[in-house]
Design a protein around this ligand. Structure first.
Ligand code: C2E
Ligand code: CA
Ligand code: CA
Ligand code: CA
Length: 276
């Protein structure tokens, strides 16, 4: 995937970003990216399998550097975590996503916005205030916002208090990349989460590896028994979709339906999808 970066092919793959000098170069350029308006959000629809309607979108951060071209979030988010820039960048993401969600209420009432939160953001004492500020500025009702948090972030000291405070405001929590983290299963009782996001790596194995199918079924039945909704991410094929449907998955997200898209395109897609 090497190219001039103009045709949308990403030059800076996660692999490349592993070299120390490349990480440093990215880190330097990232410092001015926010001020220069180089970030953008794409939105990927989430489809409720019960109603066959798009009920929400996940906001996914995009960065196009003037010289480097598009840089993958899988490459730059870990670096932003390290150098601390994820905090201001994350605040921008939150505000942007809340504004967009509010705008969409006029034509897509009830559409929910899911926003990814990094462990570093989550560990800060002011995260609840930052999110409430974003909601207030955008005039977005809290129940239309969902935060996607990985299990790793939830191991921080005090994170359960933060979750409780967020839930008390009406915001929903989804545990991202579920099944790949470190927490024990008994721990998820305390997460105050509404949804589990079944990690893409398991979905990938449906129809291919029996083990992945067994784990997928186990997570779906665990979710159901404990009262969580399960969202499957990275759904690409009819085989995967049929398997997930058969085993009671609630919501799906993936290229089978739609890629992450710019706001206007996402809006049109959802209007059309929900009409048909
Ligand atoms: P994630 O939260 O697990 O997001 C899902 C990733 O899977 C996204 O990659 C999405 O574009 C991709 N995806 C969606 N459907 C499919 C599919 O059917 N097949 C395949 N192969 N991939 C699919 P993306 O956008 O490159 O983001 C990578 C990661 O970067 C995200 O993983 C998340 O951890 C992080 N990230 C993205 N945006 C943000 C953000 O605003 N804040 C924070 N803290 N992290 C973010
Ligand atoms: Ca996510
Ligand atoms: Ca995920
Ligand atoms: Ca992930």
């Amino acid at each position: 995937a090497k190219s001039n970066g103009r045709n949308g092919v990403q030059r800076f793959t996660p692999e490349l970003g592993k070299r120390a000098d490349e990480r440093l170069a990215l880190s330097r350029r990232m410092r001015t990216a926010l001020a220069n308006g180089e970030f953008r959000l794409d939105y990927q629809p989430q489809i409720d399998l019960e109603t066959n309607r798009v009920t929400g979108v996940e906001a996914l951060l995009r960065w196009r550097d003037a010289e480097l071209g598009p840089v993958s979030p899988a490459t730059f988010i870990p670096i932003a975590e390290e150098n601390g820039l994820i905090v201001p960048i994350g605040e921008w993401v939150m505000q942007q996503a809340c504004f967009q969600a509010q705008v969409w209420q006029a034509t897509l009432p009830g559409l929910r916005m899911s926003v990814n939160l990094s462990p570093r953001q989550f560990a800060r004492g002011d995260i609840v205030r930052v999110i409430q500020h974003a909601l207030a500025l955008a005039q977005l009702p809290a129940h239309l916002l969902e935060l996607e948090i990985t299990e790793g972030a939830l191991l921080h000291l005090g994170s359960l208090d933060v979750l409780r405070a967020l839930r008390a405001t009406g915001i929903d929590i989804a545990i991202d990349d579920f099944g790949t983290g470190y927490s024990s299963l008994s721990y998820i009782r305390n997460f105050h989460a509404e949804r589990l996001k079944l990690d893409m790596s398991f979905v990938r194995g449906i129809g291919v590896h029996r083990e992945d199918e067994v784990i997928t079924r186990a997570i779906l039945s665990l979710g159901r028994a404990l009262g969580f909704k399960v969202v499957a991410e990275g759904v690409e094929t009819d085989t995967q979709l049929a398997f997930l449907r058969r085993h009671g998955c609630n919501v799906v997200q993936g290229y089978r339906f739609a890629r992450p898209m710019q706001a206007a395109e996402a809006h049109n897609f959802i209007l059309q999808f929900n009409e048909g």
